[in-house]
Design a protein around this ligand. Structure first.
Ligand SMILES: [Zn+2]
Length: 157
């Protein structure tokens, strides 16, 4: 999809927020939107988020506050259910970069009822992931350990 209309409007907000992020690279901004209204927003930071670790493969380190998590934290389920989240990453040159959410964030966003994630691909394009039918297996392809952990969890239920 090209970045226009609503996508442009919310990505511009996400971009401004991403600029507040500390590091020189990996500047992410996320905007939670419901019914066309901004509910909350956040950039990423290195603060550890203990509760998120259960959604995370231990081989890839401790969970830190990704922009998506910051935008969800403290927001009631009533507001997150059916919402859309816009996630932007900007490079050190200020241009949009690929900001595909990681498996941890996808699982958490699905868990709180977010229906759609729109993320930046580059300066011209965005892509989306629909979470209402569950997370597609392809998003876990690069994290087989997480997938098997999920299966184990299911068996134990
Ligand atoms: Zn993430």
């Amino acid at each position: 999809m090209s970045i226009e209309g609503k996508n442009r409007r919310f990505m511009n907000i996400a971009k401004r927020i991403a600029q507040e992020s500390g590091g020189p690279d990996y500047k992410h901004g996320a905007v939670l939107v419901r019914g066309g209204q901004v509910v909350n927003y956040s950039h990423n930071c290195l603060r550890p988020v203990n509760w998120a670790n259960r959604f995370r493969n231990h081989q890839c380190g401790h969970a830190t506050q990704h922009a998506e998590l910051g935008a969800i934290l403290g927001i009631s389920r009533k507001k997150t259910t059916g919402s859309t989240i816009y996630v932007a990453r900007i490079g050190s040159d200020g241009h949009f970069r690929l900001s595909k959410p990681c498996p941890m964030c996808l699982q958490i966003m699905e868990h709180v009822g977010i229906k759609r994630v729109v993320y930046t691909v580059n300066d011209e394009h965005v892509a989306e992931i629909k979470l209402t039918q569950g997370i597609d297996e392809e998003h876990f392809n690069y994290m087989p350990a997480l997938r098997s952990a999920k299966r184990k969890e299911k068996r134990n239920e």
